[in-house]
Design a protein around this ligand. Sequence first.
Ligand code: CA
Length: 392
Amino acid sequence: MHSLPLLLALLAGGPAPAADDPAFSACLSRLRAQSAGEGVPAAAFDRFTRDLAPDPSVLELLDAQPEFTTPIWDYLAALVDERRVRQGRQMLAQHDELLARVEAAYGVDRHTVVAVWGVESDYGQQFGTRPLLSSLATLSCEGRRQAFFRGELLALLKLLHAGDLAPEGLRGSWAGAFGHTQFMPSTYARIAVDFDGDGRRDLVASIPDALASTANYLHRAGWRRGERWGWEVRIPASLDLSSSRTLDDWRARGVRRIDGAALPPGQGRAALLAPAGRNGPVWLVAANYRAIRSYNAADSYALAIALLADRLRDDAPPRTAWPTDDPGIDRDARQRLQRLLLARGHDIGEADGLIGTRTRRAIVLEQLRLGMRPADGRAGKKILEALEREAR
Ligand code: CA
């Protein structure tokens, strides 16, 4: 089935985009030859790339420097919010039997698998909005990481040619991560498994394939069955935060669990993680945290998965507050904030709960108007409460 916009485009003479851009056309021809040498025949290459047009907006994103910085508590407020906890618990109930089989096959607990799913794609609700082939083809032909993206494009074409995935409507992040688990194509090629037994590894259309592939990723990254990712701890004031030691060593140096209980005995290595320094929460993190972090090498991200998994297994949330008098706000509150900004006439698009550049610029203007300092564009509790008070 053609979508309506595509039909209109066809009626209007059909897209002939690559031909309009000689450099892009020439680049595609070179990729076509390269792909043929690596198992994607020219006819298949043509079928998958026929209507591609370059998308210059991904090049802007490739080179974008962050205009605003985001403190870790803002990431966590949005990624580990009550809505995601509630929906995660629904997913645990709904996919109980599948998750039991995934646990048995890969040794990764269901709470972590579902937490990755929740953070990566909001349980399959957010696959990304950009046409995947266009993004990867553009980044393969222009910009400063062409060799990397050519590898990703080729990996994707191989998956399509093998019939793992349907090419129609394939969307992802601007940089090429896609599906329930937001794998890059090369990771997909290496890690994805067919868990529903239909002979295809489909991380877009099959939840069993997606959840088993997530567990396989963590398993291959060194996951240890039955172990915790880490513990919130209290530490002696003089302790050096920077080293990696065995749990027995840390215990001997006076590190205790936050509730005062002793750490479990063990020779496994663990490191202290203090994303906001000694005045914020401190965790001792072990092998399974490192496995989660290898999925996406940022502590804000890994901690979101770890803490969401804790909430899903009914463990207590962190006891120590983040060192700020202006806490982060969850997605529902972000939408309320955006509706207040819209009501004040700011052109920020839809109130979707995603804090982008336009929302931040509008917040800067409101912070300046209200005399709030710093006027940093942060979507936090203070600006939300100030606008709510005014609107009453
Ligand atoms: Ca399958």
